[in-house]
Ligand binder design. Structure first.
Ligand SMILES: N[C@@H](CCC(=O)N[C@@H](CS)C(=O)NCC(=O)O)C(=O)O
Length: 219
């Protein structure tokens, strides 16, 4: 049974799941859902019936289906445990999950598409105010992420040392977003080093936005 992932090339939440699917070597079909303003397939009936949350990613695995990238990552980890993307040790697992949550729950939602559209559209803020908002929440979150990842620098190239984990699947898409919006990363040398290391791995290369078939969908 083929795994199907409803995805948008520039969706960093979908990017997390694309990386995990590749790391686990799981064959899958990517189904593009355009978030492009004016197209907004994710808000149309056909997609809303599938996922009432009207967000990507959305995963189907046989009869099972779920949205929310963290739920999908945990589902994949439990259903397809090899290679493991969470450490065996309970406390280390909590540390990885805490890192993932800090990105997926405390940074990303503040800079999500619908939030950006509300700020720029309904609240009519200027480009400068928008850029300040965007950078503010990334810098605030990355300060904590840098502090969490820095002690592992001697242990290995990835966020928590020698093994790639769910932390990396969440970090690298957020760094992509930061770069897309020209957020300076000089204060986060460990996060940049981890990103460089991950981006040498085929699983991350193939999951990158520019590698997606819908990357010609301009936004
Ligand atoms: N908490 C959700 C967030 C998903 C999400 O925000 N996806 C974005 C793309 S990265 C989206 O579909 N945005 C559509 C919109 O904001 O209207 C998850 O982790 O899956």
């Amino acid at each position: 049974m083929t795994i199907k992932l409803y995805s948008y090339w520039r969706s960093s939440a979908a990017y997390r799941v694309r990386i995990a699917l590749n790391l686990k070597g799981l064959g899958h079909e990517i189904i593009p859902v355009s978030l492009l303003p004016g197209v907004a397939e994710h808000r149309q009936d056909a997609y809303r019936e599938r996922n009432p949350q009207m967000l990507v990613p959305f995963l189907e695995d046989g009869d099972f289906a779920t949205g929310q990238s963290l739920a999908i990552l945990e589902y994949l980890e439990e259903t397809y445990p090899e290679p493991a993307l969470l450490p065996a040790d309970t406390q280390q697992r909590a540390a990885v999950r805490s890192f993932c949550n800090s990105i997926c729950c405390d940074i990303h939602p503040l800079n999500n598409l619908r939030v950006m559209q509300y700020l720029k559209g309904d609240l009519d803020i200027s480009d400068e105010q928008f850029n300040n908002w965007y950078a503010h929440w990334i810098i605030e979150g990355f300060r904590a992420a840098e502090t969490a990842a820095a002690p592992f620098a001697d242990a290995g190239p990835y966020t928590f040392g020698k093994s790639v984990s769910l932390a990396d699947t969440c970090l690298i898409p957020q760094v992509y977003n930061a770069r897309r919006f020209n957020v300076p990363l000089d204060d986060f040398p460990r996060l940049v080093a981890v990103t460089d290391a991950c981006n040498e791995l085929d699983a991350f290369i193939q999951a990158a936005p520019e590698q997606q078939t819908d990357s010609t969908d301009n936004s």
